[in-house]
Ligand binder design. Structure first.
Ligand code: DGL
Length: 293
């Protein structure tokens, strides 16, 4: 089984792409609704909450946990991989935790993560990439640093959308979500002196839930990179190299959605987004269960 973790509903955008791509694979999704949003929390809090969640998913039988959350990835992934996991019995059992920033940077730069110097022709790429994220993701600077390492002439414009994930979780009205998205895009255009970005990374997994609003306000020429699809591509490649995480191909695929919060509320909120077929539709019946003690 593969675990997918997010602070709340955002990781469902990733899960949706994964269940389409891997119809035979079992997934356990965990949304930490008791603590959402993560984006304005301290790094130590985010590391602790992410560690607890990953530990729970391992305990539920997931050999691999994917952090379907940019904030958790930007702040906690490396600490968990290098300091926490090796000190746990999970490591000897072959468990692993991976994030979603590396595949997104790979896709944005067309450069493998392991290659950290500019290669031809990336060296000469000069476009503008807007990255929309939470306070903590932008503060980590990970997207700007990792993209510039590989494509030094690319301009990375980072924009904090500090209230957007929380507003999505709180079920804010469309007009309010629209206002927050418009303000974020205005911030990018201001930083870029009015020049439209060539590409945009919705660097918070909640944001694709309102991708239509980003599309409405971004200049028509700006291409939105689909992080859920990028992550699905990357997981496909990872599973080809690490087939043990695929689980037993003979057993029926299971999908379990867990929340640390109120399952009724999480399910109702998730269905608001899932119901809109115009946004690609959702393959999954979205019924959350409470994560047991
Ligand atoms: N969905 C998460 C992300 O990708 C976290 C949003 C939040 O909890 O603030 O950043």
């Amino acid at each position: 089984m593969i675990g997918v973790f997010d602070s709340g509903l955002g990781g469902l955008t990733v899960l949706n792409a994964l269940t389409r791509r891997f119809p035979g694979q079992s997934f356990v999704y965990l949304g930490d609704h008791a603590h959402v949003p993560y984006g304005n929390r301290s790094s130590e809090e985010i590391i602790d909450l992410t560690r607890i969640a990953v530990d729970r998913l391992f305990g539920l039988g997931c050999g691999l946990v994917l952090l379907g959350c940019n904030t958790a990835t930007a702040v906690a992934a490396r600490r968990l991989q290098t300091a926490w996991l090796p000190a746990t019995p999970w490591k000897a059992q072959g468990h692993n935790v991976v994030g979603i920033v590396a595949p997104t940077v790979e896709a944005a730069t067309q450069t493998p993560w392991a290659v950290t110097t500019p290669q031809y022709p990336q060296k000469f790429l000069t476009d503008r990439i807007a990255v929309f994220g939470t306070t903590r993701t932008v503060a980590s600077n990970v997207y700007a640093e990792e993209i510039r390492k590989r494509c030094p002439k690319v301009t990375v414009i980072q924009q904090v959308c500090s209230e957007l994930a929380g507003a999505i979780e709180a079920g804010a009205a469309e007009a309010e979500l629209d206002r927050l998205v418009e303000a974020g895009i205005a911030g990018v255009l201001r930083q870029a002196g009015g020049e439209p970005p060539h590409r945009a990374i919705l660097g918070c997994t909640h944001f694709p839930l309102v991708e239509h609003l980003f599309r409405r306000h971004l200049p028509p020429a700006t291409r939105i990179l689909s992080q859920p699809e990028i992550v699905a591509d990357s997981l496909e490649d990872y599973l080809a190299r690490h087939p043990r995480y695929r689980g037993d191909p003979a057993s029926l695929p299971r999908l379990v959605l867990l929340t640390t919060g109120d399952p009724e509320e999480a399910s109702a909120r998730a269905r608001v987004f899932a119901g809109d077929a115009a946004r690609g539709g959702w393959r999954n019946a979205l019924s959350f269960e409470r994560l047991g003690a």
